[in-house]
Design a protein around this ligand. Structure first.
Ligand SMILES: *[C@@H]1O[C@H](CO)[C@@H](O)[C@H](O)[C@H]1NC(C)=O
Length: 602
């Protein structure tokens, strides 16, 4: 009885959450052409009949130098056209989180109907309004609009050379290209420079021209892509470079390990043949000595297994989202990338539970419910905590980035009603299917003392050095990803990203295996945390790189932009670090198991 009602609640909650992710009113959304990823509810139609209404949506306005700092278009004292009858726009969760704020412009535009230049409204300029415009012009504000999902950017105004006089562009000249019954191209030209003076009336005008175009509907986003930037020689070269590094590293690792391991095995089996007397005199050394300790549970197994579980989940999310992005061209839809990522994150929760739960069980942990909670909420808490903090600043600055309350509730619902139950399923599966500690060697009751060793064999040093090569294999890609996130470039070369992810994983695993081999050879058995951290230290280098990027590649300023930048960069780096750490640990743990399986322990 109890059980069945529980499932009903869960199912209802899941549907409610799915409702948040998808537009509520499919019909309406399809009609306005803003369909959600044509996943489930409606297929993108956006076909018009002659004289059908075409909606010009005003989105945001913000400084050119930080694409992520945005405010509502009408937060500047612009005026809207007189037309009011427009259905309300339903936004998706991804859009809400990214600060998309579509508001109707009030401009009367009909499909294939020319509009001569005419005034749609007047701004009565007073001191306060003028100050607002001057501030925006000084900070190079751009505004963004949408017609039929096609983004349009326009500049607010211009200052003269001395920066004393400020001008507003008042005339929006729209040229819309159509192919059959679809809109395939939009150009905006700003004209009509008017000097800002108090106590004047400034007339805002627009005109619309329709042009036949040969652009295919499927290709209409191509003009926003920047092949000369993303497919620059440097990008190809860096991929090639990393690829060579992978081949070199894999070759090196396998050669060293094959040779040294074969030697080690030969040495160990020779010692095996000696009688007890000789063996006591013989100098036994190397990784075999710690066979009674390598499979000792790590310190803090609860945190450790939660980190590994979360890392595996982040890896699967990245992998799936990149594949979806490659197949689906997600950049053509506002916010759909983020919606997809949240959806995939929720759906891959069992992965987290499985790996975290089974590792915790193997390490003999007993408080598995606590582990599950920590594992499930570690990443969401980190992301939400940062978002919450930045939200406060955003509210203070009235940025459109401030996340609406309803959206926060939706995110909490996803955490409790989707992520947690799915995590539970994964944890139970993990504990039962692979929770047995089937290690090749027994763990001694008393831990072996760790001998003194050279300074560069200390775990702390290994951890610091471990991240350098993985970082080296990705930092050019980081430049492209940062640029598309913080500047006006649309990232679309997801094939590159996939390659880089694969390369990163291979390099990370190779590096951690080598590190672990050295550590175990120095008869230090604390390899679990060391392998995790030596891979995770990649994140520290990425974060340091983001400082370089901030100071030399962006022109951001002010508290809001700075905290926004470094806050989200910290989240990104941490997630990357946990992912690399988990990948490194998984690879190393397979390696450790393998070498101790093959050696004879007496
Ligand atoms: C928009 O501008 C581009 C480049 O100047 C031009 O090739 C295209 O035909 C224009 N489209 C329309 C609809 O005017």
């Amino acid at each position: 009885m109890m059980g069945s009602s529980w499932w009903k609640v869960a199912a209802a909650a899941f549907l409610a959450v799915a409702g948040f992710l998808l537009p509520v009113d499919a019909d309406e959304t399809c009609r306005t052409g803003a369909a959600y990823a044509d996943l489930i509810l409606c297929v993108v139609t956006s076909q018009y009949t002659d004289k059908e209404e075409v909606v010009l949506w005003m989105n945001t306005v913000g400084p050119y130098h930080n694409r992520q700092e945005t405010y509502k278009y009408f937060s500047l004292p612009f005026c809207a056209g007189s037309k009011k009858t427009i259905s309300h726009y339903h936004e998706t969760l991804g859009e809400a989180l990214q600060g998309v704020e579509l508001e109707f412009s009030g401009l009367d535009i009909k499909f294939k109907e020319e509009v001569m230049q005419n005034t749609y409204c007047e701004i009565e300029m007073d001191k306060a309004k003028q100050d607002a415009f001057v501030y925006a012009i000084k900070n190079h504000y751009w505004y963004q609009m949408y017609i039929d999902d096609l983004p349009i950017w326009g500049i607010v105004g211009e200052a003269d050379e001395n920066g004393e006089e400020h001008y507003l562009w008042t005339y929006k000249k729209l040229e819309i290209g159509y192919n059959g019954n679809r809109i395939v191209d939009v150009n905006l030209t700003s004209e009509g420079k008017v000097k800002l003076m108090p106590n004047t009336r400034i007339a805002m005008s627009y005109s619309v021209k329709w042009k036949k175009s040969d652009v295919k509907f499927e290709d209409r986003f191509d003009k926003y892509l920047d092949p000369s930037f993303f497919q620059h020689r440097i990008h190809w070269f860096s991929i090639f470079n990393s690829f060579m590094m992978v081949i070199f590293l894999v070759g090196l690792v396998s050669m060293i390990l094959m040779r040294t391991l074969r030697k080690d095995y030969a040495r160990y089996s020779k010692e095996e043949e000696m009688d007890d007397m000789d063996r006591d005199l013989g100098d036994e050394y190397g990784w075999k000595q710690v066979h009674g300790d390598v499979f000792r549970p790590s310190s803090h197994p609860l945190i450790f297994s939660s980190l590994i579980g979360s890392g595996c989940q982040i890896f699967s999310v990245s992998f799936i989202v990149i594949i979806v992005a490659m197949v689906e061209d997600l950049y053509t839809e506002r916010g759909s990338m983020l919606s997809t990522a949240i959806f995939v994150y929720a759906a891959t929760s069992p992965v987290n539970g499985y790996f975290g739960g089974s590792l915790y069980a193997k390490q003999g942990g007993r408080r598995w419910i606590k582990q599950m909670f920590i594992g499930a909420f570690m990443i969401p808490a980190m992301v939400c905590g940062t978002a919450f903090f930045i939200n406060f600043i955003a509210i203070y600055y009235h940025a459109s980035r401030a996340i609406p309350f309803g959206t926060m509730v939706a995110v909490c619902c996803i955490c409790f009603f989707v992520i947690l139950p799915l995590n539970l399923v994964g944890t139970i599966l993990g504990r039962n299917l692979s929770g047995q500690p089937n290690f090749p060697c027994r763990v001694n009751a008393v831990p072996r003392p760790i001998p003194e060793k050279k300074w560069f064999m200390e775990p702390a040093v290994i951890v610091c050095l471990g991240g350098i090569l993985p970082f080296g294999s990705i930092f050019i890609e980081m430049y492209f990803i940062f640029t598309s996130f913080w500047a006006y470039k649309i990232y679309y070369v997801y094939g590159f990203m996939m390659l880089v992810l694969v390369i990163l994983c291979i390099v990370t695993v190779c590096v951690t295996i080598v590190c672990t081999y050295f550590l175990l050879n120095a008869e230090d058995y604390r390899w679990q945390w060391t392998s995790f951290l030596s891979a995770a230290s990649t994140a520290v280098y990425v974060y340091m790189y983001s400082f370089y990027y901030y100071f030399f590649k962006t022109k951001m300023y002010g508290l809001f932009q700075t905290s926004f930048y470094f806050g989200y960069m910290a989240v990104f780096s941490t997630a990357l670090g946990i992912m690399c750490g988990a990948v490194g640990y998984m690879g190393t743990s397979a390696f450790v198991k393998k070498i101790y399986t093959n050696v004879k322990i007496d």
